[in-house]
Design a protein around this ligand. Structure first.
Ligand code: 5RP
Length: 260
C-alpha cells in the first residue's frame, strides 16, 4: 500500500512516523491539523492499537478530532487536559530559527493555543516547507466577520510601516463564500512575500482591532522533523542546537491507509 504514495506523501509520512517516537505512555498530546498531521494521527492510532499506550489526544480542529476518533485515539478538549506534554503539527513554512507560518489549513488559532499550552512542540514537514526567510507563503490572519473590510484596510495600512515586501491581502473563500474557521471567523491571507522581522509583524498584527490571531509561530516550535521520500529524516532541535539524521523504513505492514 505504501508503494502507492507520491514522493511528497512519502516524505510527510516518514516525518510523521518518526515524530511519534517522541510520544510516551501516559502523555497528553496536541494533535495538529493538515495532511502531514493527519499522517501523524494515523501513526499514533496504530501505535496505540499495537502497543496499548495510554494517550490522550487534544485535536486542533474538528477535522482532526474526527480522524483521531476514527483511528481509536482517546480525545479530550484542551480544558479537560489543561496542559500538554507535546504537540505535533505540520507547517506551511519554517526558517532556520524554527519560526513558522501556519494556518494554510485554517486552524491556526486552535493550533497556536494548543502548541503554546505544551511543554514541547514538534513540527513535521517535508523539505519544501523550509525557507530562508518567511513570507513566500501567504500569512493567514484570523479576523472576526464584523467589520472585516475595515480590519483588512487597517491591516494593509499598518503593513506600510513594517519590513515586508508585499502588502495585499485576500479574504479566503470556500467556493464563493467566505471561508469560516472552527470559531466561525474569517481568514485574510496576507501576500507579504518576505517578512524581515516576523516577531514585530506578529506583535503589530495582533494589536489591530478585529484581528483574533495570526499564523506566525515565534519561539513556539522546539524540534522540526524533516522527512525525505527515501526514508531519511533530519531532526533539528533549536534548544540543543543539534541536527541529527535518522532513517525510517516503510514496511508493507504499515497498513495505515485503508481508511483513506
Ligand atoms: C493548518 C496548518 C497546517 O499545519 C499547514 O497548513 C500544513 O499543512 P500540510 O501538512 O497539509 O501541508 O497550519 O492550519
Amino acid at each position: 500500500m505504501s508503494g502507492e504514495l507520491s514522493p511528497i506523501d512519502r516524505a510527510k509520512f516518514i516525518a510523521a512516523k518518526r515524530s511519534i517516537q517522541y510520544v510516551e505512555d501516559g502523555m497528553r498530546v496536541g494533535l495538529g491539523t493538515g495532511s502531514t498531521a493527519a499522517w501523524m494521527v494515523r501513526c499514533l492510532g496504530e501505535l496505540v492499537r499495537k502497543e496499548g499506550l495510554q494517550i490522550t489526544g487534544v485535536p486542533t480542529s474538528t477535522r482532526t478530532a474526527e480522524l483521531a476518533k476514527q483511528v481509536g485515539l482517546r480525545v479530550a478538549s484542551l480544558d479537560e487536559a489543561k496542559w500538554l506534554d507535546i504537540t505535533i503539527d505540520g507547517t506551511d513554512e519554517y526558517d532556520a530559527n524554527l519560526n513558522l507560518i501556519k494556518g494554510g489549513g485554517g486552524a491556526l488559532l486552535q493550533e497556536k493555543i494548543v502548541a503554546t499550552a505544551s511543554d514541547q512542540m514538534i513540527v513535521i514537514a517535508d523539505v519544501s516547507k523550509q525557507v530562508e526567510q518567511l513570507g513566500a507563503f501567504p500569512l493567514p490572519v484570523e479576523i472576526i466577520p464584523f467589520g472585516w473590510q475595515t480590519t483588512k484596510t487597517l491591516i494593509e495600512e499598518t503593513l506600510i510601516n513594517l519590513d515586508v515586501m508585499g502588502r495585499s491581502s485576500a479574504l479566503r473563500l470556500d467556493r464563493d463564500q467566505p471561508y469560516r474557521t472552527d470559531e466561525g471567523n474569517y481568514i485574510l491571507d496576507l501576500h507579504l512575500r518576505r517578512i524581515g522581522n516576523p516577531r514585530q509583524v506578529s506583535l503589530v498584527l495582533n494589536q489591530i482591532p478585529g484581528v483574533v490571531e495570526n499564523g506566525l509561530f515565534i519561539d513556539i516550535c522546539d524540534i522540526v522533523v524533516i522527512g525525505h521520500c527515501d526514508g531519511m529524516v533530519e531532526l533539528r532541535d533549536i534548544n540543543n542546537g543539534t541536527v541529527t539524521q535518522d532513517r525510517i523504513e516503510i514496511a508493507e505492514s504499515d497498513n495505515l491507509f485503508s481508511d483513506m
